[in-house]
Design a protein around this ligand. Structure first.
Ligand SMILES: N[C@@H](CCC(=O)N[C@@H](CS)C(=O)NCC(=O)O)C(=O)O
Length: 212
């Protein structure tokens, strides 16, 4: 049993989709970041960074709750604990390396550039606008390289094989304030997002995010 602390349209969407794809039992706890609920002492005790999401796995190996932060790591854990869902290549397959590579690239390179756009004041003591402009440039440059990969080696990040990395990529592709017209500019990213969004499990989670 999992508990996912989430907020609509946030980085919780990828692990949420993974839980749904896996058919795992989970409950949701809404964190209203607009009301500062990610900064309460109770939430900070779970996630000292004060970020969404947080995932709790009941009955961890110590017999208690197992708590984790970082959305990409959650996707990897869920993929591993629910192998029948086919969200990742097996550990003895070489493709597993590309699965790690893409998820890590997305969370290490693309997501931080996006977060610089959304939180420029955290990255300068001076002009936030310069940070925003540079972040937009960087996001577009990273999308351009991912688009080129998907164009020649897609439609999925791992070729013809769907994985949790595609879910994560699609989640980031929805954050278009930092990259206006992402889908027009990067059609192979759009092709991937269309494939992912057409999946029934993903449609259910998109509806939950839209309704909240
Ligand atoms: N690397 C973290 C980033 C999480 C993150 O920055 N979440 C945003 C929402 S998308 C958040 O909680 N923002 C509130 C804040 O930073 O104050 C992850 O992927 O879990």
């Amino acid at each position: 049993m999992y508990t996912l602390y989430w907020s609509p349209g946030s980085a919780s969407m990828a692990p949420h989709c993974c839980l749904e794809e896996a058919g795992a039992a989970y409950t949701l706890k809404l964190v209203d970041t607009g009301k500062g609920e990610h900064q309460t002492p109770e939430y900070l005790a779970l996630n000292p960074n004060g970020k969404v999401p947080t995932l709790i796995v009941a009955n961890g190996s110590d017999g208690g709750n197992f708590t984790m932060i970082e959305s990409a790591a959650m996707c990897m854990l869920i993929a591993d604990r629910h192998p029948a869902a086919g969200l990742a290549p097996k550990t003895d397959e070489l493709a597993r390396g590309h699965f790690y590579m893409w998820l890590t690239h997305l969370t290490n390179t693309l997501q931080p550039a996006m977060l610089r756009y959304y939180y420029p004041d955290r990255h300068t003591t001076g002009d936030g606008e310069a940070v925003v402009n540079k972040a937009m440039e960087e996001v577009a440059a990273v999308w351009s390289r991912i688009d080129a990969h998907l164009r020649t080696k897609g439609p999925y990040l791992l070729g013809d094989r769907y994985s949790a990395a595609d879910i994560f990529c699609t989640m980031l592709s929805l954050w278009q304030d930092c990259c206006p017209e992402t889908y027009r500019r990067f059609p192979s990213v759009k092709r991937l997002a269309d494939l992912v969004m057409a999946r029934p499990a993903i449609q259910r989670i998109a509806a939950v995010n839209q309704a909240a």
